[in-house]
Design a protein around this ligand. Structure first.
Ligand code: NOJ
Length: 566
């Protein structure tokens, strides 16, 4: 595919990573090949044909490295080896070649900001071994008084006192995830070497975990105590961040034709343009959380508030409009391993399961950005009915629940159940439902996290055989995206900026004009889109017999239509 010679979104050069559909694999929950209850790399290889049939181009695999799994792999003990439970380096090499044989590329999650406290660098740093003293952020002082008021992303203070070194160390996440000190040139050199190691293996790029919090200001000033995540204004896009990101590009990434996507914490489009695009540090794109924070109230995680269709429409549209003027490329996702299931959060996982799961898929695959689909969303997997603390696994959710019990804001699970069921990241991490058999066909053993009982109705085996399934719809839409260059490079025009339920937009490239209309509600919505012109054909719809009169569109509950226009 190569865009026509005309005005396009992000007027820059065409690139494979702009045209790609990315599929996120969370290996421990994908497919278990050896019956230990934990998904593994041979398990992914077993499903390579499934991935090929789905039609995706790139896999983003969350960290497969050796790790104690305090935060499911985002706490790395050894950057150059594979977690035993996932297999070994031979398995990884085999996976890479099996995927490449099918023209599927592989990008790896790379955690630059922190390691595990079991990494040898931290073990040496804690003992102040020669050369390792400054690998992490250490502050001496009163063991009862942390150096500042910053909080961890998982709740509680961002500092832990270490009795061995008799000093505080910083961890923006779990206490077993100490932050690396990027001011230290040795740390930068080590991390550049790690990145190069994987590129030399032939992988196709990286998703850089929380990349824009790597630079912390000298003196660690207190954060705004009323901020949600206290300290964020100091460590997000910190003082030397462009030197670090640009340095990684100049030193290593620039020599390879790879895809790089940075996970931006509290990032704005303005800040994103300084990382990617022609005037950026060399990253291809970033992704943001604006549309996934809409249901957070002032009380943060515990505070679930209603959201409006207009808010998600505005949040995503703002990124398109602000990035396109500088050629910086955009990303779109609705769910990841860090969010609840999209059909439960943004759709209706009961009465309109098929309709809303496919409507969300339509948005994902027609939006002007590289789309990231999270495993299981292509069959419409749903949130899990959590009923006890023992079932939960995620450090973020369990930490917050423990704190609620310690602070006496909860006495029994029922007091937190609603929020956990809605918010917990574990919702995304229940195993892929391959079949309606025991353990959803994920494992022959005891799964590390419960399998959703919905697996009896919602599973790959059932959907693969049907042309009216969520899975078939995703396959069709992925193919459509590959065939219609306007969906990749076309200009985006929002047609309904004030409709309470309908989100309609046009994608145009030269003479090609496509119209996407989404009804984001469990009721029929009417809209007049006659200004867009005449429909010449219907490219996709999640209902039978869609009407084509744009002057009087009546979109059924969660209906999605993609039209070609004259
Ligand atoms: C973002 C990752 O997506 C999340 O799963 C992890 O807990 C944090 N970064 C910390 O690495």
């Amino acid at each position: 595919m190569c865009p026509a010679d005309t005005e396009t979104i992000g007027n820059g050069e065409p690139a494979w990573w702009k045209e790609a559909v990315v599929y996120e694999i969370y290996p421990q929950s994908f497919n278990d090949s050896d019956g230990d209850g934990i998904g593994d790399i041979p398990g992914v290889i077993e499903k390579a044909d499934y991935l090929d049939e789905l039609g995706i181009d790139v896999i983003w695999m969350t960290p497969p490295y050796d790790s104690p799994h305090a935060d499911n792999g985002y706490d790395i003990r050894n950057y150059r080896s594979i977690l035993d439970a996932f297999g070994d380096m031979d398995d990884f090499d085999r996976l890479l070649s099996e995927l490449h044989d099918r023209d599927i590329r592989l990008i790896l999650d790379m955690v630059l900001n922190h390691t595990s406290d079991e990494h040898e660098w931290f073990r040496k740093s804690r003992r102040e071994e020669d050369g390792y003293e400054d690998y992490y952020h250490w502050v001496e002082g009163d063991p009862d008084q942390p150096p500042n008021n910053w909080t961890s992303g998982f709740g509680g203070p961002a500092w832990t006192y270490d009795d061995t070194r008799e000093a505080w160390y910083l961890h923006l996440f779990h206490e077993k995830q100490p932050d690396l000190n990027w001011r230290n040139p040795e740390v930068r050199r080590e991390m550049h070497d790690v990145v190069e190691f994987w590129l030399e293996k032939g992988i196709d790029g990286f998703r850089f975990d929380v990349f824009n919090v790597m630079s912390k200001p000298e003196g660690y000033p207190d954060g705004d105590p009323d901020g949600g995540w206290i300290g964020m204004e100091h460590f997000s896009d910190g003082p030397r961040i462009h030197e670090y990101v640009g340095g990684l590009y100049d030193d290593v990434l620039s020599a390879y034709d790879v895809m790089t996507v940075g996970e931006g914490m509290d990032i704005t489009p303005r800040a994103a343009k300084r990382y990617c695009g022609p005037s950026g540090d060399g990253l291809n794109m970033v992704y943001h959380y604006d549309h996934t924070m809409l249901d957070y109230g002032d009380g943060g995680w515990w505070d679930i508030v209603d959201w409006e269709v207009s808010e998600i429409r505005e949040a995503l549209t703002k990124w398109v409009q602000q990035l396109e003027v500088t050629d910086a490329w955009n990303t779109v996702y609705l769910g990841t391993h860090d969010t609840p299931r999209i059909v439960s959060r943004f759709g209706n996982d009961d009465r309109y399961h098929y309709e809303s799961a496919t409507m969300l898929g339509t948005l994902l695959l027609t939006f002007p950005a590289t789309p990231f689909c999270f495993q299981g969303d292509e069959i419409g997997m749903t949130n899990y009915p959590w009923s006890s603390r023992e079932e939960m696994r995620d450090a973020d959710a369990t930490n917050r629940v423990e704190l609620a019990f310690e602070e006496d804001s909860a006495e029994e699970f029922a007091d937190v159940a609603d929020v956990v069921r809605y918010r917990s990241r574990d919702n995304a991490r229940t195993p892929i439902q391959w079949s309606g058999d025991a353990a959803g066909g994920f494992t022959d053993g005891e799964p590390w996290i419960p399998v959703n009982p919905a697996s009896e109705e919602i599973n790959v085996a059932d959907q693969r055989d049907r042309t009216d399934s969520v899975l078939s719809y995703y396959q069709d839409l992925i193919e459509l995206r590959h065939n219609e260059e306007a969906l990749v490079y076309g200009v985006y025009d929002l047609l309904t900026d004030d409709h309470p339920r309908v989100w309609a937009f046009e994608r145009s490239l030269g003479d090609e004009r496509l119209l996407v209309a989404l009804n984001w509600a469990g009721r029929t919505s009417r809209v007049d889109l006659s200004d867009a012109g005449e429909v010449t054909s219907i490219l996709a719809c999640n209902y039978d017999d869609p009407g084509t009169d744009l002057g009087a569109l009546a979109l059924r509950p969660y209906e999605a239509r993609v039209f070609r226009l004259a």
